[in-house]
Ligand binder design. Sequence first.
Ligand SMILES: [Zn+2]
Length: 319
Amino acid sequence: MNSIVGHKSQIENIRKTLEAKMMPHAFLFTGPEGIGKKSVALEILKSFTCVKTKGSTIGYCETCAGCVKFEGSSHPDLFFIQPDGTQIKIPQIRELQSKLIYHPLEANQKMVLIDDAHKMNEEAANALLKTLEEPPEFTHFILISAMPHRLLPTIRSRCRQIAFSPLKDEDVAKYLIKNCALEEKKASHIARLAGGSIGNAISFDPAFVSGVLERFTAVSNKSSTADILELSETWGKEDTDKTRFILDFLSVLHRDMMMYLITGKKTDLVNEEAVKGASFRSVERIDKNLDEIFAARASLEFNSNKQLMFENLLFTLTS
Ligand SMILES: [Zn+2]
């Protein structure tokens, strides 16, 4: 379990379940995106494919035929379902069902991992429900979802739910230092922005992060129309993930300004640079700016003209 960051109590809970031979027919792993739910699920799958441990605990040998096939994604008793486009569709569930009628070929159990389970469309969900209601022998399911409220309640009630929490900033920072070769200061800065998600953290390019701060600070200080138009054009060309990041970054920056104005303390700020921004803004002003940023963030999915969105936003934020 070396590769897993955090989630100690959840993993301990699962380990005890396996050691007591009480593996449920279906687990449902819930919690925000990018925090490692799937990594934990894969550890369980691998533990079941290892011919030495056979799912008797969380652990595996790395060398047996089962472990080698797991790593080569060629184990015949493992089944992975994920959205085909934006949805998990009925043919995917039907195909799965047709394979679950046979005994496992090499492992003691067949293991099914359904990622983004809330993306099952209605037909697919109803089909899966039938399988969960009369689970085939020698088969376990792990459903993963960041939005479990979108699952059929009847599916949820058939699963043992394990809730995963966002990681601590220190855990995310440690991961970044170890796996992304970031220096400590940069790693903790990015970790604080990532909101407990390694997925978020590794998608942040440190140069991009500091670029966003620099450019916003520059237009705030000078507030020239030409600069704002130019920056809106640049940011308007970024992909949706980066656009979302820019907006989240601006909201964190404004929250920091607010915190600093209210508490006068720098210690809990994500960006110490917020102190400068706070020096020429009032609490009411920052509050209004935050509303504008949240509105832009909420409209992002439907907003085809990002350049115009940034123009409106930046003129408001810097006026
Ligand atoms: Zn093994």
